[in-house]
Design a protein around this ligand. Structure first.
Ligand code: SIN
Ligand code: MN
Length: 263
């Protein structure tokens, strides 16, 4: 799939792009079945909600599933990603967020790049995430909320309110993906950004794909509906922007150090 120039310009300006009907309903059914199968095989890379039993994220599904491994190479995602990042890319992170009916919990406001920079040594925000919607996403099942144009804003330690440091080290990776996030943006800063740029609710039918910039501020709320909001999150980084050495890196299933370009 190739994007039109107008799509690329929309992404560059707003920091996101939603493309509908990228995957057929048969393809989504197959990916859904694979997701549910993966959920039945617990491993160290699974993250749970605070109730301790509902799965929140399946990290690194490409290591254990041929289907998920092939998906990260599909031209439906890879071609637009290369257009949007303007160069060769490799896989940085891969996860499935399940946001289950009634139990799926909040993701606090954050920029992915801030985590990837601080935790993984990513030099510049030259990465993006493609989210494949496995379910219809509506206003009730915890859609992702985006602050358009926020990708252009350089973050700093001062804009974060939670003192962090005690939980440093790749072995403490859970706090970088849990409900209470390690890097918590100050409310004053968020209010200023939202009052300036507004909030876009990223809704769409299953089979749609949301591409969003690695520095775009985003969050999502509790799923108060009887409908799951499952999404496959595939994050790509430009090969020219590969990770620097870190003293205590996060596990490979959260930050890949295999910088081989995907073709
Ligand atoms: C994320 O920020 O990584 C996930 C957000 C969501 O699943 O709503
Ligand atoms: Mn995120």
């Amino acid at each position: 799939m190739k994007l039109q120039q107008s799509n690329i310009e929309f992404y560059q300006e707003h920091g996101y792009l939603i493309v509908e009907d990228v995957f057929s309903s048969d393809e989504i059914d197959a990916l859904s079945i694979e997701t549910e199968t993966l959920l039945k095989n617990p491993n160290d890379a699974l993250v749970h909600e605070q109730d301790q039993h509902t799965v929140r994220s399946i990290n690194g599904p490409h290591f254990v599933s041929q289907t998920m491994n092939q998906l990260m190479r599909t031209p439906k995602i890879l071609e637009p990603t290369k257009q949007l990042l303007d160069g060769d890319v490799y896989l940085h992170q891969y996860k499935i967020n399940t946001k289950r009916a009634f139990d799926g919990d909040v993701w606090e406001w954050h920029s992915d790049y801030w985590f990837w920079h601080k935790e993984d040594g990513m030099p510049e925000p030259e990465a993006l995430t493609a989210v494949i919607f496995l379910d219809d996403v509506n206003e009730f099942n915890g859609p992702m909320c985006l602050i358009p144009k926020s990708q252009n804003y350089r973050l700093s330690d001062e804009l974060h309110s939670r003192p962090y440091g005690a939980q440093d080290g790749g072995e403490n990776w859970q706090i970088t993906t849990a409900k209470e996030l390690k890097y918590k943006l100050s409310r004053e800063f968020l209010a200023q950004m939202i009052n300036t740029y507004g909030i876009k609710s990223a809704q769409g039918k299953k089979g749609s794909v949301l591409f969003f910039h690695s520095n775009l501020l985003h969050s999502s709320s509790y799923n108060s509906s009887p409908w799951d909001r499952r999404g496959i999150f595939i994050s790509y980084n430009r090969v020219s922007n590969c990770l620097l050495e870190m003293p205590s890196p996060r596990p490979e299933f959260l930050a890949s150090r295999n910088f081989t370009p995907l073709i």
